[in-house]
Design a protein around this ligand. Structure first.
Ligand SMILES: C[S@@+](CC[C@H](N)C(=O)[O-])C[C@H]1O[C@@H](n2cnc3c(N)ncnc32)[C@H](O)[C@@H]1O
Length: 289
């Protein structure tokens, strides 16, 4: 192995370790914020459900499902005539998805701990794969799409969503600019896994083609995050962000207040009456094997 490759492999391994911890840690916050996520990301969820081209009796695999919002919506669309495997690498997310499926009375839902980069599933074992805001977060995106293709039956479909470029997602960049300026969190590696790793025009198409998947649709899906006031915004931001959830307790009360005040000033431009409305843009992508 060249020393550059070894450095990058070590960085990927370290990223996987930290990311797994962060997401496991973030699960409680994602459960608490499930209602907002479901409501505000509904345009993305509905795009995915539409583009899965569901048929009676299909087996659907959800990857990087978090607490299972999308997979359980798919199960509801199938109304018992089909099977949905809701999976994530973080066991706490998978447990939350299972509980949510029970609460909703969704039929045909199974839960699995699975790593999208290396799926513990047989070849050609599912008809559909769905993933909302997951593929861009894995270090080896080519492997994740190869695995998706491998488990899809010929003619099967994948529908997924990723974030469009940073300039169109100020809800995220505004927060991160403040946090990165104020704390010792390591900055994202260019070309490495990040919210925006599949955002640039052409990258999705190239990655799909490399994995032997044929792109069928790519649409922009505008979304808007809404909060009743700053406290609701900050509670949500901290709850959903594993890195921030872990960082805050390491800061003194004064430092935490200073960070919150800096974020509040930065999002002032998104204030709408007492509340806040922050725009974002997702990309919906459908492809077939
Ligand atoms: C941004 S959240 C999205 C959750 C959910 N899909 C949603 O839209 O609400 C990203 C999720 O990806 C999961 N994840 C990260 N890396 C993963 C991997 N290699 N394999 C499977 N899941 C992974 C995390 O545990 C987390 O639940």
């Amino acid at each position: 192995m060249h020393s550059e490759d070894a450095t990058s492999a070590a960085a990927d391994a370290e990223y996987r370790r930290r990311s797994a911890q962060n997401w496991e840690h973030a699960a409680a916050g994602w459960i608490a914020e499930r209602g907002r996520m479901r409501e505000r990301m509904a345009p993305v969820t509905e795009w995915l459900v539409d583009h899965l081209e569901l048929r009676p009796g299909v087996t659907v695999l959800e990857l990087a499902a978090g607490p299972g919002d999308v997979g359980i919506r798919v199960a509801e669309a199938l109304a018992g005539d089909g099977r949905v495997m809701v999976s994530d690498r973080a066991p706490a997310m998978v447990e939350a998805a299972g509980r949510w499926a029970g609460e909703r009375g969704a039929h045909g839902v199974e839960t699995r701990v699975l790593d999208a980069e290396s799926l513990d599933l047989g070849d050609a074992s599912v008809d559909r794969v769905v993933c909302r805001f997951g593929y861009m977060l894995v270090p080896d995106r080519a492997a994740a799409f190869r695995e998706t293709r491998r488990v899809l039956r010929p003619g099967g479909r994948v529908a997924f969503a990723v974030w469009a470029e940073p300039e169109r997602n100020e809800w995220a960049t505004t927060l991160w600019d403040v946090i990165e300026g104020a704390t010792p969190l390591p900055p994202a590696r260019p070309g490495g896994p990040s919210m925006f790793a599949l955002a640039e025009p052409g990258v999705v198409q190239e990655t799909l083609a490399g994995a032997g998947l044929e792109q069928r649709a790519l649409d922009q899906i505008p979304v808007e995050w809404r909060y009743a006031d700053f406290d609701a915004y900050w509670r949500s931001a901290v709850a959903m962000n594993g890195a921030l959830t872990r960082l805050l307790p390491t800061l003194s009360g004064a430092e935490q207040a200073e960070l919150a005040a800096a974020v509040r000033a930065a999002i002032e431009r998104f204030r709408h009456g007492d509340g806040y409305r922050l725009p974002g843009l997702a990309l919906g992508v459908a492809a077939s094997r």
